[in-house]
Ligand binder design. Structure first.
Ligand SMILES: CC(C)(COP(=O)(O)OP(=O)(O)OC[C@H]1O[C@@H](n2cnc3c(N)ncnc32)[C@H](O)[C@@H]1OP(=O)(O)O)[C@@H](O)C(=O)NCCC(=O)NCCS
Length: 187
């Protein structure tokens, strides 16, 4: 299977239905770490649940919609990035991510999201990419900031979790901003 190197020891690859067993084992390591911060449908408990998530993404990708990619570090699936929404007709998408605890702090997600944004905002010609996170998810908003996104606003109390309605931040980058920041980095 083709893959994109993120670093010498890390690769980004499509995460597909046939990875269900590997994805389920990874979720065993990641589940409690990601549960407060991601969509609850993503936090499944067994191989069937994991397969269901992968199949849902595969079906949406077949319709040129959402897409899912895994990050393998030293050959182990440690997290991933995704288009949680992708709409070529309106020219906008939303990017998301997750990691198991041991893979945090290495820049893997920032690098992987950069690859997704390059593809969406240059090759596919989309105009706008969003990032949604709980307002108290500091590591997630730090990724949005590192990607050069702008905090556009807060949807108040729109993220129910654990009996509380949390605020949600909406960050975004526009295609000309992304291309300009890429040019600066190359110079
Ligand atoms: C959000 C999440 C993916 C961020 O992970 P992360 O490791 O902080 O993000 P990155 O992979 O981009 O790595 C950045 C970290 O690596 C460090 N780093 C090391 N080398 C780096 C490099 N070459 N480039 C960028 N950062 C690098 C950065 O300094 C930063 O660490 P710091 O925050 O301790 O300063 C992770 O915290 C997570 O999975 N949380 C739970 C699920 C979640 O919140 N998902 C998002 C829902 S909106």
């Amino acid at each position: 299977m083709f893959s994109l190197p993120l670093r010498d020891d890390a690769r980004l690859r499509p995460l597909e239905t046939w990875h269900a067993a590997e994805f389920a084992v990874h979720l065993d390591r990641a589940r409690e770490h990601i549960r407060p911060w991601v969509g609850q449908g993503f936090v499944t408990d067994d191989v069937d649940g994991a397969r269901g998530t992968l199949r849902r993404y595969a079906e949406r990708q077949a319709a040129d919609g959402a897409r899912l990619y895994g990050i393998w570090l030293d050959g182990t699936l440690v997290g991933g990035v995704m288009f949680t929404a992708f709409d070529a007709a309106s020219g906008s998408c939303e990017v998301g991510c997750w990691l198991e605890p041991a893979a945090e702090g290495h820049g893997l997600v920032t690098e992987a999201c950069g690859a997704l944004l390059d593809w969406a905002l240059t090759e596919r010609g989309l105009h706008r990419a969003e990032w949604h996170c709980r307002a108290d998810n500091e590591r997630s908003s730090a990724v949005a900031k590192r990607l050069g996104m702008t905090l556009e606003g807060v949807r108040r109390q729109s993220w129910p979790f654990g009996g509380t309605r949390h605020d949600k931040q909406v960050w975004a980058v526009l295609a000309p901003e992304w291309r300009a920041s890429r040019r600066c980095r190359e110079e």
